[in-house]
Design a protein around this ligand. Sequence first.
Ligand SMILES: NC(=O)c1ccc[n+]([C@@H]2O[C@H](COP(=O)([O-])OP(=O)(O)OC[C@H]3O[C@@H](n4cnc5c(N)ncnc54)[C@H](O)[C@@H]3O)[C@@H](O)[C@H]2O)c1
Length: 312
Amino acid sequence: MNYNILLTGGAGYLGSTMAPDLLAAGHKVTVLDNFMFKQSSLNHVCYHPNFSVVKGDIRLEKTIAPLLKNADIVIPLAALVGAPLCNMDPIGATTTNHDAIMLMLKLLSKNQIVLMPTTNSAYGTGDENNFCTEESPLRPISQYAIEKVKIEQELMQHENAISFRLATVFGMSPRMRIDLLVNDFTYRAVNDRFIVLFEGYFKRNYLHVRDVSRAFQHAITNYDAMKGQIYNVGLSDANVSKMELCETIRKQIPDFVFIDAPVGKDPDQRNYIVSNAKIEATGYKTSVSLDAGIAELIKGFTMIKNSMYGNV
Ligand SMILES: NC(=O)c1ccc[n+]([C@@H]2O[C@H](COP(=O)([O-])OP(=O)(O)OC[C@H]3O[C@@H](n4cnc5c(N)ncnc54)[C@H](O)[C@@H]3O)[C@@H](O)[C@H]2O)c1
C-alpha cells in the first residue's frame, strides 16, 4: 500500500537517505525542513513526481498544521541532534525537540501514524555486563537524551505510533555528519592516522544509515504487527567498545594509531550492550556490517574534507 508521508527534517543525515527509498517504494513524500545547514542533500530526488518540499520551521503551527492534515504517516526527524548542539542552543533544542513534537501530537488525529526515531543513548552506564532491552531503566543525563525520553513517553500515548531507539548511526549519506562516532573515528583515521580516545572501553551499539531507512520501511509494511511498541534498532554483532571500533577500522587502515587517555567524558555516559531481539523477531534484519560501512566511509572521505581554512 502507498501512503502520503510527511518527513520532517528530511534533508538531514537520516532523511536524505530515507526520502529516495520511500519514493522508490511508491510513497508520496513531502519534506518539511528549514535547511539550517544550507544543505542541498535532496537534489537527487527533485526529479521525482511524488516528491514535494517545503522550506519552513516545524515549530510554527501555521507551517506544520496544513502538512499534517494531508499525511497518512509522519516521520518526525527534524531536531537539533546530539548533546553538543543542544548545549549550544538549549532554548532552540527544547522548542524543536520537545515543544514542536508536542504540538504535532496535539494536531494529529488518532488514525494518523507516527514513526519516530528516539535514541538508545538514554540507557546510560551499566556494569561490564549491562545488557539493555526495551524494558531496561532509562538514565538520560544530557538535555538531548532527557527530552528524547520525555517525547517517547508522550508519543506512546498516541494510538498509532512506533518508537525506534536507534543505535549510533554510521555510513555515507547525502547530508553528511562526521560528528557521529564511527564516521568521526574513520574520518580521523583517514586524515590524521591517529586518535586519542577517552573512555575507550565504553561499549556502544551501531547501525548503518541505510538500515535505519529499512527499519522504517519494515514498520510501514508490518505496521499492524508492530504498532504501539518501542524497538531498539542496531547491529546485533556490533556492540563494541571504542577501542574495538578502532581495531576494526585499523583492519582497513593498517597505519592507524590510537591510545586511551582521560581527555573527555561522554555526555550521557553511554556504556551498554543493546539487545535488538525484539525488532529482529518481527522479521527485520540489518544489511550493512560495520566493516562494509567503514569501507564505504573510507571512499567517502577520499572526496570530503573539512578544509575551509587550509590550502589543502
Ligand atoms: N544519527 C543518529 O545517530 C541518530 C540516532 C538516534 C536518533 N536520531 C534521531 O534522528 C533524527 C534525525 O537525525 P539526523 O542524524 O538525520 O540529524 P540531522 O541534523 O542531519 O537532521 C536534522 C534535520 O532537521 C532539520 N531541522 C532542524 N531544526 C528544524 C526546524 N525547527 N524545522 C525544520 N527542520 C529542522 C535540519 O535542517 C536537518 O535537515 C533526530 O530526531 C535524531 O534525534 C539520530
